[in-house]
Design a protein around this ligand. Sequence first.
Ligand SMILES: [Zn+2]
Ligand SMILES: [Zn+2]
Length: 209
Amino acid sequence: MEIVELSKLLNKMGAQLSTGREDFRNPNGVYMKAMNFRRFDLAYKAEGKKGLERDGRLEGDIWTAFAGNEVLLSLTASSIRANVDAGLPIGPAPEAEETFEAEEGRVLTRVHLSRERNRKLVEQKKLAAIKGAGKLACEVCSFDFEAAYGEHGAGFIEAHHLKPVHTLLPGHKTKLDDLALLCSNCHRMVHARRPWLTVQQLKERLVKL
Ligand SMILES: [Zn+2]
Ligand SMILES: [Zn+2]
């Protein structure tokens, strides 16, 4: 029965993603996928069963990320469920081709990106930074668009949402403290590989040229 429930949820997501496939994750497909994952399950293998072999490293990566961490798995699943139920935009963000998907998946990547593009909030964040430091500088590398490009760069900087994506639930409002101000290079670098780096981790990797 859980298989049927999951199939319903995935079909709803499929419709929102407009895969245009009638058989997108039907109960049979969900069962097969579960068996694909089973091949990594040592407890299952110990019973002398094998699971279904299949190519594709993605399943292995997903298994490694979540198998030992039920809390993360359950938070991620509830967050995806809640965002799908709320009818929020999911699927690849058209403008984010070079953004590597979050470990927790495409749905929550999209939620992350839409939160850091909340104009009103980003403007407030910038104003607060200008009031505090007198300028807009990248929190990782200190790049200041206005210092580099003059008037043309005045007021420009990107915002990055700091909360882990599996905690992004539809009702929760983004606060100013949830955002960091980053230059475009550093923001790309945060998202350039899986798992995404924290601002602190990127700072530690930054080599002064
Ligand atoms: Zn930077
Ligand atoms: Zn970001």
